[in-house]
Design a protein around this ligand. Structure first.
Ligand code: IFM
Length: 445
C-alpha cells in the first residue's frame, strides 16, 4: 500500500516536472542567458582582432541631394540637412577614433557627390575621400569602405535604381571609379549595405525610398542587389585580385512567439527564409527565388554582419509597421522598440559560418539617448563575441554602430546610436559614458 503511494507520488512529480519544462520551453524556445550569472569581464580576443566603429555618408556628412533627400521632402519626414556636418569636420571626427584607441573604421562613399548628374563626374569629393583615407592610414586605422549604404543619386532613382537590371551597369562604373582612386590604400570593401533592409523597407513597407509597396518589386530588387554585388565583385577582383570584398548583411533572427502555435512557428520559418536564408543561398548557389544569379555564386572574401535583434513572430506582427515589437518577459526594450537580445549575435554568426569566409562585425549598437542601456549592451555583445571566438568561429573585427549620433533614416534624429552625443545645434561631440567603457575594453586588448 505505502509502496504504491510512493510510486504514485513519484510519478505525479515527474509528470509535473515535465509539464513545467514543456511550459517553459513553450515560452522561451530560443537560447537565452541568465545574465546575472555571467562574468562579462571574462573576455579573450587575439591581438589581431580589430576594433572599430561605423558610419554612413547620408547619416553623417550633411547637405546632400540624393534619393533620400527627395524621399524626406516628399513624405514630410525630418530632413537630414546638415546631419553631423562630417563632410567639413571629418578630421576632428577621426581624432575621436584615435582617442577611442580604434584600429578600424567603416564609412561609406556618397555616389551622388561623385556623379551629381548622369555621366557628369566631380573629382573634388573623391579627392576629399582620398584625403580621409590618407588620414586614417596615418593614424593606423584600417579604412573599410562601403560603396552603397542606402543612398544614391536622385537621377539614378528616377531611372528605377535597383529595380531595373540594366541600371546595374552605372552602379558598377561608379564602384570602379572609387576603387581606382582608393584601392592603393584600401583593401577591405563592402559593396552593398543590408540588401534585405533596403528592399523590404523601400519596396514592401514603403518606409525608405522609393516608398513602394509591392511584393513583386521587393523580390526583384533583392535579386538585383545580389546581382549588382556579384558584378561589382567580379569587376573589382579583376582589377586587384587580392582586394577583400564583401557585403554587409543584416541578420535579423525570427523566433516564434509561441513555439507550439500553428501560426507563429511556420511564420518564423518563412520570414527567416525570406530575410536571411534566400540571401545566403544566393551567395552559396547563385540562385535566389527560382532565378539564377551566377555572378553572385561564391562572391565573398568576407561577410559583414550587422546584428541588432530578433523578432518574435505571431499574430501581432502587423504592429511592426509602427515599429512595435513583442519581447520576452526577461528582455528589455531598446528605444527603437525592439528587444535587446545579445544571445542572438552568436546565432547570427552560426548562420553565416557555412559561407566559409571570415566574418567582420560591420555593425552592432543600440538607440539609447540617455545612455542607460548602451554600456550593458556593449558588454553583453562583446562577451558573446568572445565566446564565439573561443569556440572557433572566424570573426575578425567588431565595429560599433555608431561613432556619433546621426540621421537615423525614417526615424530622423530621434534615435541616438552614438558613442558620442551630438548637439545638432552646435555640432559639439561629447563622449558618452558607454563610449568611455568601449575605449576601456579596447585599450585592455
Ligand atoms: O543606422 C542604421 C544603419 O544605417 C544600417 N543598420 C542599422 C543602423 C541602426 O538602425
Amino acid at each position: 500500500m505505502w509502496g504504491r503511494l510512493v510510486l504514485l507520488g513519484l510519478g505525479a512529480f515527474v509528470v509535473f516536472k515535465l509539464s513545467l519544462i514543456l511550459y517553459r520551453r513553450r515560452k522561451f524556445p530560443e537560447p537565452h542567458e541568465d545574465w546575472s550569472t555571467v562574468d562579462l569581464e571574462d573576455l579573450d580576443f587575439p591581438t589581431s582582432f580589430r576594433w572599430g566603429t561605423a558610419t554612413a555618408a547620408h547619416q553623417v556628412e550633411g547637405h546632400l541631394v540624393n534619393n533620400w533627400t527627395v524621399h524626406e521632402a516628399a513624405n514630410g519626414l525630418e530632413q537630414s540637412g546638415a546631419a553631423c556636418d562630417h563632410w567639413n569636420r571629418w578630421r576632428e571626427d577621426f581624432q575621436l577614433l584615435s582617442d577611442l584607441g580604434l584600429n578600424s573604421y567603416r564609412f561609406s562613399i556618397e555616389w551622388s557627390r561623385l556623379e551629381p548628374s548622369e555621366g557628369v563626374w566631380d573629382d573634388e569629393p573623391l579627392e576629399r575621400y582620398s584625403n580621409m583615407v590618407d588620414d586614417l592610414v596615418a593614424r593606423g586605422i584600417r579604412p573599410v569602405v562601403t560603396l552603397h549604404h542606402f543612398s544614391h543619386p536622385a537621377w539614378w532613382e528616377e531611372k528605377g535604381g535597383f529595380a531595373k537590371q540594366e541600371n546595374i551597369r552605372a552602379f558598377v562604373a561608379y564602384c570602379e571609379r572609387v576603387f581606382e582612386a582608393l584601392s592603393d590604400r584600401v583593401d577591405t570593401w563592402v559593396t552593398i549595405n543590408e540588401p534585405t533592409v533596403f528592399s523590404i523597407m523601400g519596396y514592401a513597407l514603403g518606409m525608405f525610398p522609393p516608398g513602394k509597396r509591392s511584393p513583386r518589386s521587393t523580390l526583384r530588387v533583392m535579386r538585383h542587389l545580389l546581382s549588382a554585388h556579384g558584378h561589382v565583385y567580379a569587376a573589382l577582383k579583376k582589377k586587384q585580385p587580392e582586394a577583400q570584398i564583401g557585403m554587409a548583411k543584416n541578420v535579423t533572427l525570427f523566433d516564434p512567439k509561441n513555439r507550439w502555435s500553428p501560426i507563429d512557428w511556420p511564420l518564423a520559418r518563412l520570414l527567416e527564409r525570406l530575410w536571411n536564408g534566400a540571401w545566403r543561398s544566393g551567395i552559396q548557389h547563385g540562385r535566389m527565388f527560382f532565378t539564377d544569379i551566377p555572378e553572385a555564386k561564391g562572391s565573398l572574401d568576407f561577410v559583414g554582419l550587422n546584428y541588432y535583434t530578433h523578432v518574435l513572430t505571431g499574430l501581432s506582427l502587423p504592429a511592426l509597421r509602427n515599429m512595435r515589437f513583442p519581447k520576452r518577459r526577461h528582455e528589455v526594450f531598446t528605444e527603437f522598440g525592439y528587444p535587446m537580445y545579445a544571445e542572438g549575435l552568436r546565432r547570427a554568426i552560426e548562420f553565416l559560418a557555412p559561407l566559409n569566409v571570415p566574418i567582420e562585425i560591420t555593425e552592432n549598437g543600440v538607440a539609447d539617448a540617455n545612455d542607460a542601456l548602451r554600456g550593458e549592451h556593449l558588454k553583453r555583445h562583446i562577451w558573446v563575441l568572445s565566446r564565439a571566438l573561443a569556440d572557433g568561429y572566424d570573426v575578425r573585427s567588431y565595429h560599433h554602430w555608431s561613432l556619433l549620433d546621426n540621421f537615423e533614416w525614417a526615424e530622423g534624429y530621434s534615435m541616438r546610436f552614438g558613442l558620442h552625443h551630438v548637439d545638432f545645434e552646435t555640432q559639439q561631440r561629447t563622449l558618452r559614458q558607454s563610449g568611455d567603457l568601449y575605449r576601456n575594453i579596447v585599450q585592455k586588448r
